[in-house]
Design a binder for this molecule. Structure first.
Ligand code: FDM
Ligand code: MG
Length: 212
C-alpha cells in the first residue's frame, strides 16, 4: 500500500519553563498514543547520553563552566547530531514527542543577554516541529511546585526572562496550553492536539525546516 508507506510521522515538541510539567506530560502523551496504536517515541533535548550531551550535563550541574556562546553551540550541535535519526524516524512513520527543542536553545541563551538572531542562526535547517505544545505557567507558580532541582538556570528571575523570550519565539505551530490545569486535563488537551497533528502529517503535510 503506497499511501501507507509514505505516511510520515510528526515532530511534536513540548516547551515551557522548568516545573511546567513537560517531562511528565511528554512521557504520558507518548505512552497513551502508543497504547492507541500510534507509532511514537519520546525524545528529549539535551540528549545527555552522547559525548556532547555529557559535556552539557556537566555544565548544567555546574561541574564545568563554559563560555555562553560555546555552550549555546553545544546545545545546538546536540540537536544536529540527532537530525538524521529524527528525519529517518519520521520518514519511516514514527512520530516524535520531544521534551524541549530549539526554542529552549534560543530562549535560555538569549535570557543571558545573547543576541536573539545570533542564537537562532545555528538552528537554521533543523526539522521544524509540526506542533509546539507550550505549557504555559506563571514563573512564580512553577517555582512553588516542589522547588527546582538545583541545576543551572533554575532560578525565578532567570525563568521570568526565559518566559518573555518564549513569547517572542511563538509562531503558527504553537499551541499555548494552560499548565496550571490538572495533569489529566492538560494531558487530554495535548493528546487531542497531537492526534490532529499526526493525522495531518499522515495525510501528506510536508516536513518544514527552521525557522518557518
Ligand atoms: N536548555 C535546554 C538550554 O539552555 N538550551 C537548550 O538547547 C536546551 C534543549 O537546559 F534549563 C536548558 C533548559 C534547562 C536545561 O533541561 C536542561 P532539562 O529539561 O531540565 O533536562
Ligand atoms: Mg531541568
Amino acid at each position: 500500500n503506497v499511501s501507507c508507506d509514505s505516511k510520515r510521522g510528526a515532530l511534536i515538541v513540548l516547551e515551557g519553563l522548568d516545573r511546567s510539567g513537560k517531562s511528565s506530560q511528554c512521557l504520558k502523551l507518548a505512552s497513551s498514543l502508543a497504547s492507541q496504536g500510534f507509532s511514537v517515541e519520546a525524545w528529549r533535548f539535551p540528549d545527555r547520553t552522547t559525548a556532547m550531551g555529557k559535556m552539557i550535563s556537566a555544565y548544567l550541574s555546574s561541574k564545568e563552566d563554559m563560555d555562553d556562546r560555546t555552550i549555546h553551540l553545544l546545545f545546538s550541535a546536540n540537536r544536529w547530531e540527532k537530525r538524521s535519526l529524527m528525519e529517518a524516524k519520521m520518514k519511516a512513520g514514527t512520530s516524535l514527542i520531544v521534551d524541549r527543542y530549539s526554542y529552549s536553545g534560543v530562549a535560555f541563551s538569549a535570557a543571558k543577554g545573547l543576541d536573539l538572531s545570533w542564537c537562532k542562526a545555528p538552528e537554521v535547517g533543523l526539522p521544524a516541529p509540526d506542533l509546539v505544545l507550550y505549557l504555559d505557567i506563571a514563573p512564580e507558580k512553577a517555582a512553588e511546585r516542589g522547588g527546582y532541582g538545583g541545576e543551572r538556570y533554575e532560578q525565578l528571575d532567570f525563568q521570568r526572562k526565559v518566559a518573555e523570550l518564549y513569547t517572542a519565539l511563538s509562531d503558527s505551530a504553537w499551541q499555548i496550553v494552560d499548565a496550571s490545569l490538572s495533569i489529566d486535563s492538560v494531558h487530554k488537551i495535548l493528546k487531542e492536539l497531537s492526534i490532529q497533528c499526526i493525522s495531518d502529517c499522515h495525510r501528506g503535510k510536508e516536513l518544514s525546516f527552521l525557522w518557518p
